[in-house]
Design a protein around this ligand. Structure first.
Ligand code: RIB
Length: 329
């Protein structure tokens, strides 16, 4: 017979809700009660998530995290939020880098299934994942972060990318710029496509034309931002640049510096993802700030709820991303 949360509660002489609170780590529990619960859990080999989990022969207290660029500080800061929250609830994490490659991502999803991980936090490398069944059929919950997966019955934690990009572009318009370029990210991701859409909507809302010569598609990487900026300077002569993620912004700044472009006199610059070095720049960078740590924390809380057996419909948490105005605009 599978040990249930009620068996553990009886053994520890606490309520099932207290057992759930101890395992979720979301609310502080009195130390003596927490000790009793953890002792009972260990002693009885209790694994949360009742029936779904009983589908699995053995379960672990390990969460898999699959991100798309392990060298991007946005993701590592988000992973910090995931790990802290998981640790507090007694879970460990393992980190995988899909490199924006759907095939590599799929291989890691299969590893998570084979290793019977308790759950997976995924930043999807593609817009729809036909193959989450690898995990969902085994009762392994998945939460997506940063990007959405179309048609997947899973929770998600993202920011409002469309609004953030709209705010960034509107800010440049209000600063009197009219030749506003965007360096867009991978359009197969919702962060890439929604930021581009927000940029275009802001121009339209201001009665300005959307001119494709000011739109360059890149890859969320430094080199992509660098090459895109060189290309824009050569053929489009923008007076403003919205680089829609941190690494592309860094590449753009390197290209602007090489070309002797004065910021903001010649070209005003807005980045996406506020980074520690933004204020060290001269002039300091105007950027959209993502609640990176919070994205990780909230996603892990959702995953813990699923592991504890929460069978409610998928939840989509959308956190605010704030434009921080500094000297580069
Ligand atoms: O720099 C990281 C951000 O840019 C994330 O939102 C990621 O999706 C990429 O778009």
């Amino acid at each position: 017979m599978t040990t249930t949360i009620r068996d553990v509660a009886a053994a520890a002489d606490v309520s099932p809700a207290t057992v759930s609170r101890v395992l979720n780590g979301r609310v502080e529990v009195r130390a003596d009660l927490r000790e009793r619960v953890l002792a009972a859990v260990a002693e009885m080999g209790y694994r949360p998530n009742g029936p779904a989990r009983s589908l699995r022969t053995r379960a672990t207290t390990v969460f898999g995290i699959i991100i798309t660029d392990v060298q991007n500080p946005f993701f590592t800061s988000m992973v910090r939020g995931i790990e802290d929250t998981a640790q507090r609830a007694g879970y460990s994490v393992v980190l995988a880098n899909s490199d924006e490659d759907p095939e590599k991502e799929q291989r890691y999803l299969e590893v998570a299934a084979a290793e019977q991980m308790a759950g997976v936090v995924l930043a999807p490398a593609q817009p729809s994942s036909r193959r989450l069944e690898t995990l969902l059929d085994r009762g392994i919950p998945v939460v997506t972060v940063d990007r959405r997966l179309r048609g997947a019955p899973v929770d998600s934690v993202t920011v409002n990318n469309h609004k953030a990009a709209h705010d960034a572009t509107t800010h440049l318009i209000e600063r009197g710029r009219r030749r506003i370029a965007i360096i867009a990210g991978l359009l197969k991701t919702t962060t890439g496509s929604r930021r581009l859409a927000g940029y275009k909507a802001a121009l339209k809302d201001a009665g300005l034309a959307v001119d494709d010569e000011f739109v360059v598609l890149a890859d969320f990487r430094l080199e992509g931002g660098y090459a895109a900026t060189k290309d824009l300077l050569r053929r489009a002569h923008p007076d403003a640049l919205f680089a829609s993620n941190n690494l592309m912004t860094l590449g753009a700044l390197q290209a602007l510096s090489e070309e002797g472009v004065a910021i903001p006199e010649d070209v005003a610059v807005v980045g996406f993802d506020d980074i520690s070095w933004a204020t060290a720049l001269r002039p300091p960078l105007t950027a959209v700030q993502q609640p990176t740590y919070e994205i990780g924390r909230r996603a892990t809380e959702l995953l813990l709820d699923r592991v504890a057996g929460d069978g409610s419909p998928p939840r989509h948490i959308v956190l605010p991303a704030e434009l921080v105005v500094r000297g580069s605009t």
